[in-house]
Design a protein around this ligand. Structure first.
Ligand code: ADP
Ligand code: MG
Length: 302
C-alpha cells in the first residue's frame, strides 16, 4: 500500500490539500456519476437514497494525518444502504475501499460529513455505544477468514458471543447457522480440516451470530475458486431474500460485481456508479458508461 501517492497534489498551489466540503476538486476532471451512492455536488443524477436505509452517508470526507501530510481518502461521498441491498465496491488499490468499509462498519467516523445509522449520527455515539451498535447491526467477513485454528467450526461461530452468558442458546444458534451454510456435518472440524470454501462459510456463519442487518465483506471470494465463490454468492442471496440482510462487498472478482444490484466504483476517493444490474440490463455493461461527460460543472455545493 505504501507505494501509492495520493494524487491530491495536482491542486498544486502550495496549500495542503485540505478544504471544507471535500468536493471542490471536481473543477472539470471526472465528475463521477452516481446512484444509491452519491457524490455531494453532482447535480443531475438522482441519488436514489432510500428512506429506509440502515446506513446513510452525506458528504463523507475521511482524512488521515501522517506527519505533516494529510491524505484525503474519501472526498465527499454519499451513500445509502437499504435492507436486502447487494452493493459491490470496486476500485484500484488506494482508492479508499477499506476506508469506506471501516466507516460502514462503525470502526471509524468521518472527518467531516455525516454517517447515520438508522437515523442517528454515528459521531454521537461514544466508543462503547459504537461497539455495541456495531455488534448488533453489522457482521464482517474477510478474505482471509480469520478463523481461530484451535477452535472447532462451531466454536469459531460462537466466538463473537463468547462473553455472553447464554452458552446454550449460542451453541444452538451457531449450530443452526452452520447448517444454514451447509456445514451441519462439520461442526467439530478444525479450520485446517476444512476447504477454503468451507472456511469462508464458517466465517459467514460467524458473521451472522448476532443477526446483523448489514454484512460487510472484504474480498469474500478472493481466495476461492469460481464454483466455491458462486456458493458464497448464493448464500448471500438467500440471506438477503430470507432475512433482508444487506451485503456490501469489496471485490476484484467480476462475477461478484455482476451479481450485485449496484456496483460502486471508487476512484481516488470519489464514487462512480458503474452499473445497476438488478434494475436495468445495463446493456453494454462496461464500467465507463455512466461517466462524466455532461455533468462536470457541479453547480456548487447545494
Ligand atoms: P483501498 O482499500 O482502496 O486500497 P484505503 O482505503 O486503504 O484504499 O486507502 C485510501 C488512501 O488512504 C490511500 O492513499 C492510503 O494510503 C490512505 N490511508 C489508508 N489508511 C491510512 C492510515 N491509517 N493512515 C494514513 N493513510 C491511510
Ligand atoms: Mg483495502
Amino acid at each position: 500500500m505504501s507505494s501509492e501517492e495520493p494524487t491530491d497534489s495536482s491542486s498544486a498551489d502550495g496549500e495542503p490539500p485540505v478544504t471544507d466540503g471535500g468536493t471542490e476538486s471536481d473543477s472539470g476532471v471526472d465528475a463521477p456519476a452516481t446512484g444509491g451512492f452519491d457524490q455531494k455536488a453532482t447535480n443531475t443524477v438522482d441519488p436514489e437514497i432510500p428512506d429506509d436505509s440502515i446506513l446513510r452517508g452525506r458528504n463523507v470526507v475521511k482524512e488521515y494525518e501522517t506527519g505533516d501530510q494529510i491524505v484525503r481518502a474519501l472526498k465527499g461521498i454519499g451513500f445509502g444502504i437499504a435492507p436486502g441491498d447487494f452493493v459491490a465496491v470496486v476500485g484500484p488499490s488506494g482508492s479508499g475501499k477499506s476506508t469506506l468499509l471501516n466507516l460502514l462498519g462503525l470502526l471509524d467516523v468521518p472527518t467531516r460529513g455525516e454517517v447515520t445509522l438508522e437515523g442517528t449520527d454515528v459521531a454521537e455515539f461514544d466508543d462503547a455505544e459504537r461497539t455495541s451498535r456495531r455488534k448488533e447491526v453489522i457482521g464482517f467477513v474477510f478474505q482471509s477468514f480469520y478463523l481461530i485454528p484451535t477452535l472447532t467450526a462451531v466454536e469459531n461461530v460462537e466466538m463473537p458471543r463468547m462473553l455472553d452468558r447464554t452458552p446454550k442458546q449460542t451453541r444452538q444458534r451457531a449450530t443452526e447457522l452452520l447448517e444454514r451454510v451447509g456445514l451441519g456435518d462439520r461442526l467439530d472440524h478444525y479450520p485446517d480440516e476444512l476447504s477454503g470454501g468451507q472456511k469462508q462459510r464458517v466465517a459467514i456463519a460467524r458473521s451472522l451470530i448476532n443477526d446483523p442487518e448489514l454484512l460487510l465483506a472484504d474480498e469474500p471470494t478472493g481466495n476461492l475458486d469460481r464454483d466455491t465463490g458462486d456458493q458464497i454468492l448464493d448464500l448471500f442471496d438467500e440471506l438477503r431474500e430470507e432475512e433482508g440482510v444487506a451485503v456490501v462487498t469489496v471485490t476484484h472478482d467480476d462475477y461478484v460485481a455482476e451479481a450485485a444490484d449496484r456496483v460502486v466504483n471508487l476512484i481516488d476517493g470519489e464514487l462512480r456508479e458503474s452499473g445497476d444490474h438488478a434494475h436495468h440490463g445495463d446493456s453494454d455493461g462496461q464500467h465507463e458508461n455512466t461517466a462524466s461527460d455532461t455533468t462536470t460543472d457541479g453547480g456548487g455545493p447545494k
